[in-house]
Design a protein around this ligand. Sequence first.
Ligand code: ADP
Ligand code: NA
Length: 332
Amino acid sequence: KFQKRIFSGIQPSGNLTLGNYLGALKRFVQKQDEGIETIYCLVDLHAITVWQDPEALRRQTREAAAAFIAAGIDPARSILFNQSQVSAHAEMGWLLNCVARMGWMNRMTQWKDKAGKNAEKQSLGLFAYPTLMAADILLYHATMVPVGEDQKQHVELTRDIAAKFNHDYKVDFFPSPAPLIEGAATRVMSLRDGSKKMSKSDPSDASRINMTDDADTIAKKFRKAVTDPEPLPETLEGLEGRAEARNLVNVYAALADISPEQVIAEFGGKGFGTFKPALADLAVSKLEPISTEMSRLMADPAEIDRILGVGAEKADAIAQPILAKTLDIMGM
Ligand code: ADP
Ligand code: NA
C-alpha cells in the first residue's frame, strides 16, 4: 500500500560530527544512490528545543545544508529542505501531541539523558521533541528512517503513534516506519568518554571530530583519545570490555567500508601508537574533500538558500495533502 520512501533529519545545532557523518550523512547518500525516494530535513524546529543564538542557527542551517551537498546529497535526486519552511511539520506535531500519551513520552531515554535532574527547567518543546519527530516522518508517509542507534526509540514511538492513530480513527492511514540502523558505526562514542555518544552538543570539543576540523586537529584529537594501554587484540572477541578500543575499530571500519574483523586482521597486535595515526590519516582522507567542498559552497549563501527553497516547495507538495487528509480524518 505504501511506496518505499526514506525520511531522516539532522539538527543544525552546531558543527556536524564524525558521528553524524558515519551514522547519518554517509548512509543518506548510499540510500539516495540506491535509487530510493529520499527526503532529508534540517530540523531547526528540533534545534530550538534548547536555546540557539539566532545568527548562529541561521549560519549552522546553511552549513548543515552545505555538509549534505558536499557529502554527496544531490538536490535534484533527494529533497533537501529546512523544517521551519514547511509549516505542516508544526501543525502535524500538534495533532500527534494529542495522540501520544504522557507515559510514552516519560519513557524516552534521550529526554531523561538530556533533562537529567533538571526536568523542571527544560522547555516543554524538549519533552515533546519525539512527537515532532513522529510528525516529520508520518507527514511524508515515510516507510524507512535511517538513523543512528540513539534514535531507535524515537522511531519506535513513531510506530506506536501511527498505530494508535490508525486504531482510534479506524483507518489504515499512516504506515509503520522502520528504523534503518546498519553498519559498524551506528553509535560513534565520545573520544573522551567511551560511555557517551559523540555529539555536537557535547561541551568538550576534544570529545568529537567535527566534519570541518583540519588535518592537524583531527590527528591531535585521535592521538589524545582516551584508550587503555593494551595493543589491539588478535580477534574481535578480544575487544569485549574495551569500549574505547572497540569504538576506534568501528570508526576505522566504517570510514574504510570494511568490517571490524578486517580492521583487526590488519592491526591486531599493534599498539595505539600505530593505529591512531592510521585512523587519523584515513579520517582526514575522507573528511578533507568534504570540508573543502563545504567551504566552497558556504561562499555563496544565496545559492544554498535557493536550493533549500526549492527543496521546501517539493516537500510541501507531498506534506500538504497528507496533513489535509489527517485533519479530515480527525473531523476538521
Ligand atoms: P547530535 O546528537 O550530534 O545533535 P542529531 O540529534 O542531530 O545529532 O542526529 C542526527 C543524526 O545523526 C541521527 O540520525 C543520529 O542518530 C545520528 N547520530 C548522531 N550522533 C551519532 C553518533 N555518535 N553515532 C552515530 N550516529 C549518530
Ligand atoms: Na541529538
